[in-house]
Design a protein around this ligand. Sequence first.
Ligand SMILES: NC(=O)c1ccc[n+]([C@@H]2O[C@H](COP(=O)([O-])OP(=O)(O)OC[C@H]3O[C@@H](n4cnc5c(N)ncnc54)[C@H](OP(=O)(O)O)[C@@H]3O)[C@@H](O)[C@H]2O)c1
Length: 349
Amino acid sequence: MGPIGPGAARVRNAEGTHVGHAEPAAAVGHRLRATDAAWDMQVKKVGRNGLVSSAIGLGGLALTGAYGRVEPAESFRTVGHALDLGVTLIDLAVPGAGGARGTVERLVGKAVSGRRDEVLITSCGGPARPERSVEASLRRLRTDRIDVYSLHLGGTARVEETVGRMARLVADGKVGSLGLCGPTAGQLRRAHAVHPIALVASEYSLWDRRVEERLLPAARELGVGFSACRPLGRGFLTGRVVSPEQFEPGDHRLADPRFEAGNLAVNRKLLPAAEYVAAQLNLGLGRLALAWLLSRGDDVVAVPSTRSRIHLEMNAAAAGVRLTPELGASLAAAFPAQAVAGGGRRRPP
Ligand SMILES: NC(=O)c1ccc[n+]([C@@H]2O[C@H](COP(=O)([O-])OP(=O)(O)OC[C@H]3O[C@@H](n4cnc5c(N)ncnc54)[C@H](OP(=O)(O)O)[C@@H]3O)[C@@H](O)[C@H]2O)c1
């Protein structure tokens, strides 16, 4: 973060006290490039295992239909447009194996064909038969390597054995690096002792900061990069989710306690303080939520998912906003994650 420049926006809290600055990217030495985007994608060296990724990636979950009907042609264009915007991470570590995930893997394989080297692709599987699951993903993606293969260890006690099997896939060149999905800090340490883990993926956003207690510190200590899943709180942090009645049947959020009508009403009361900060910075709430995540450290990238090019552009533009540490801290204080109703219970994928 460079010094506060003349372009910095002053930010005050609701009482009018000055709490920090936010810098437009141009004021901190970012090059503007001659594309349709008025900002430049930040590139981060994520962790100490050689992974380099755009600060904002593209998550694949919305493309599976998890959050409403998908229009395949728009999904296809969204993936291609992500590459145009400088997105170099596509996270397909989503539930659904050969079904929903398989469909998105096929779509992404087609959309990035001819541009495969521009992007890192992550996929995932469980501890049972990871070799078969990698082969199936390779076929669907029409590629000869998965850049990061993330294991869902779940409650398995066979961490070392599973990671050892995955290490052989790395040695064979079918997998570039290993990742873990939603591990405990203990599982991360055990896995990393067997083979370097390049990336750990877990839910992390303004409204769910539980990873800050143990997992993120462990990842930092080990030099493992962090992929913030559900960075927009499954859409909640855009301010657009008003009632569960707006969800289509089958929407995954219908099974998430945070979106039950009573809890959602409580949770929406937490939004205005963050909206106030966003308004002062002339940003949408979603962009502020993503910029906040990026301000958590050089090792954190965010993978919001979307079905639309418009939302993709809004999200990617968060890479052009740099929040100062003071502003990041005051935003965290203004949005008390521990007050989120339904947030403490275990959530479905
Ligand atoms: N490995 C794991 O265990 C795991 C688990 C969960 C998630 N993840 C990763 O995290 C990624 C993201 O998680 P997620 O999809 O659950 O949650 P999310 O990215 O926080 O939210 C996605 C939701 O936000 C909406 N949205 C996106 N951009 C928007 C914008 N600019 N304005 C308004 N609405 C917007 C999307 O709808 P539209 O389609 O209408 O834009 C969608 O409903 C997943 O794709 C996956 O890669 C991994």
